[in-house]
Ligand binder design. Structure first.
Ligand code: EPU
Length: 372
């Protein structure tokens, strides 16, 4: 439970953390190697849960400050914590590295935030295409087989973790892989940078394809620094606009990853200034105006910033229209905004109106997903 006393103003500088959604696939892909040190890993619940699963696989983990070391020498499937795997979405990222190591894997369907259906067909189609057969079961994902050599065309449907799984699955496969409709979110790029540093041959193209030329080996020992979290940064942009005394400065603001989001902030009337060196100054902003926006795949407006942007819009004059194309449960948090005396109207699972400005009041609310 979080208890928040309102009416406070923010000032000063905030350092953005390492990215959650980059750390998770990079930790998972590390299982291809023997020893890995990662820097700038955020100390948050999802990371601790994934590490607990990895420890149950026999990996020796030391997580001190933001430095994480993993030793995979004794990895095995014997004591895998299936209960914990059910709880977090990121456990799906273990599919590819475990298949590569053991040729077979049987894991429960992953859980995660309550934001709508989370299919995994794109993961499974791609893995089947390269040689892993699935054994149908309603309780778990069971795949086994031998990695096939040869050139392959795979399709990721712009899905983030599917793209990440298919990248990890193919770096050591003999032959060329082209992943079509690949997600190219900054965290996907970060995973690619990590694997390239280890010797993988991966190219991200401008048309949402990713080309991988399989290599025989990658360097078994790795060290890498996780990129900063553009979603956390965007969250602070909204805090700065609504709650700062005069302004706040955001260090490691990931400005280049936030083009659509900052464009919409500008349209609403948020005042900000690029101070150079990836530092963004966000001023307290008044006389905000309603806008229309739609979530999209990168570089479109990120679904992970939709809820926080809706809070900004609750303070804007007029009627804003939100289209959440990605997840049919991700606008549900608006019922909580109503409890705070906001005026949202949910038109259908993918569309809402926000009437503003409204003076929000303290209330007891529940969080529908971590961003909300
Ligand atoms: N989809 C399919 N088939 C699939 C996979 C996805 O149709 O096999 C569809 C989904 O139904 C959805 C869309 O593709 O409409 C996006 O799903 P995606 O698989 O990309 O989501 P994800 O990989 O499960 C990641 C992030 C989410 C983020 C989404 C979208 C991680 C660990 N999670 O989820 O992050 O919202 O991409 O960008 O990277 C969060 O951090 O709060 C969070 C939920």
């Amino acid at each position: 439970m979080l208890k928040i006393t309102g009416g406070q103003h923010l000032s000063g500088t905030v350092e953005i953390s390492g990215s959650k959604n980059a750390s998770l696939p990079i930790i998972a892909a590390s299982l291809l190697l023997e020893k890995v040190t990662l820097h700038n890993v955020p100390r948050i619940g999802d990371i601790f849960s994934l590490l607990e699963i990895i420890v149950s696989l026999g990996v020796i983990v030391d997580f001190t400050g933001n430095r994480l070391t993993m030793d995979m020498t004794a990895i095995s499937l014997r004591n895998m914590d299936r209960e914990l795997m059910k709880k977090i979405r990121a456990s799906i990222l273990l599919l590819s590295p475990l298949l590569y190591r053991f040729g077979t894997v049987d894991i429960p369907f992953p859980g995660g935030c309550n934001i709508g259906k989370r299919p995994i067909d794109e993961h499974l189609n791609g893995l089947r295409e390269i040689g892993y057969d699935s054994v149908d079961g309603s309780e778990s994902i069971h795949l086994s087989g031998t990695l096939q050599a040869g050139d392959k065309n795979l399709y990721a449907g712009f899905a983030v973790t599917a793209t990440e799984n298919l990248i990890t699955a193919n770096v050591l496969r003999s032959g060329k892989t082209r992943i079509h409709l690949a997600a190219i979110e900054p965290h996907v790029v970060n995973l690619v940078d990590f694997l390239k540093k280890q010797g993988a041959n991966i190219t991200i193209n401008y048309d949402h394809t990713i080309d991988i030329v399989g290599v025989e080996n990658i360097n078994p020992a790795g060290e890498f620094s996780i990129g900063y979290d553009y979603i956390e940064s965007g969250t602070f942009v909204v805090f700065g606009a609504l709650c700062s005394e005069e302004y706040i400065d955001i260090h490691h603001a990931c400005i280049s990853g936030l083009t659509s989001f900052l464009g919409k902030c500008h349209e609403v009337g948020v005042r900000f200034q690029d101070l150079g060196n990836d530092t963004l100054r966000v001023f307290r902003s008044e006389h905000l105006k309603a806008v229309k926006f739609q979530t999209n795949v990168f570089p479109g407006f990120p679904t992970d910033l939709q809820s926080v942007f809706c809070i900004l819009l609750s303070q804007a004059e007029g009627v804003s229209r939100v289209q959440e194309i990605m997840f049919e449960g991700r606008l549900n948090f608006l019922v909580e905004l109503e409890k705070m005396k906001g005026h949202p109207a949910l038109m259908n699972p993918h569309e809402a109106l926000i009437f503003g400005p409204t003076h929000l009041r303290g209330a007891t609310v529940s969080s529908w997903d971590l961003r909300a």
